[in-house]
Design a protein around this ligand. Sequence first.
Ligand SMILES: [Zn+2]
Length: 235
Amino acid sequence: MQVVNVGDLTIDVIWKDIKNLHLSVHPPTGRIRIAAPHALGLDAIRAFAISRLRWIRKNQHKLAAQPREAVRDYIDRESHYVWGERVLLRIVHQDGPPSVRQAHRSLVVCVPSQMARDDRHSLIEAWYRESLRHAATPVVARWEKQLGVSANRLFIQRMKTKWGSCHPESGNIRLNTELAKKPPECMEYVVLHELAHLRERTHTDGFYQLLDSHLPQWRDIRQMLNSLPLSTPAD
Ligand SMILES: [Zn+2]
């Protein structure tokens, strides 16, 4: 990788075995990256970047304008979200194995009093993963049946830039743990989107027709998902 400066912008350049230049702006900071074919020199890459300055600035502004979740301390009375609903953390200090459970508008976290913030975070994160797996499993089964596809494995994990992904060769589906904090229809949509990639690998017209026929309101859901706060990736 090489770093190129164009005006006040810093651009990461990597050369890859590809045919066309590819420009992207990445959350959360708006880092700019250009992937270039091996044969292309720095002057050509710089000229390309200059020709796309307006696009770069527009996308950086879009990222800067998107709300971000506050950094959490995982302390008593702190506000969190579960399936789109606000809940308050209730930290109960007790010895014995730590546990998390949801009770009417609160998330009750039983932990030893000396447990560190990062450990409380990991514990709650694991609870979100379980909650998402529990809720997504029947949704995967239902969409599999409707689409006539079969996924291999379902992974739930922290993802910095995507809500989900599908690897058509292995048939594995990945969902972002953060989906357990958003309204359930967001998870419904992401599961459908990823499973639809088992029928159509890329975003072809046929892919969008699949979404239209199975979840006609998918565009509204996607828009809602993209307007919701991003998590703080460093957290
Ligand atoms: Zn896709």
